[in-house]
Design a protein. Sequence first.
Length: 66
Amino acid sequence: MKDKFVGIARVGEKGQIVIPKEAREMFDIRPGDSVIVLCDKEKGIALIKADAIESLTERVFPSGEK
């Protein structure tokens, strides 16, 4: 598998985009998965698969603690 990909996504009438197949395969993004949208007016937009930050969330809020 290649470790880099550049593609184009068209924005539809409802503001939706389709993540290119190659990118979905690279990050194992499947229907129903959630992605986090990070935005910076100068730097642009980034998408991160939501489960990629589960380990960080677990470290901040460990299971079993109240």
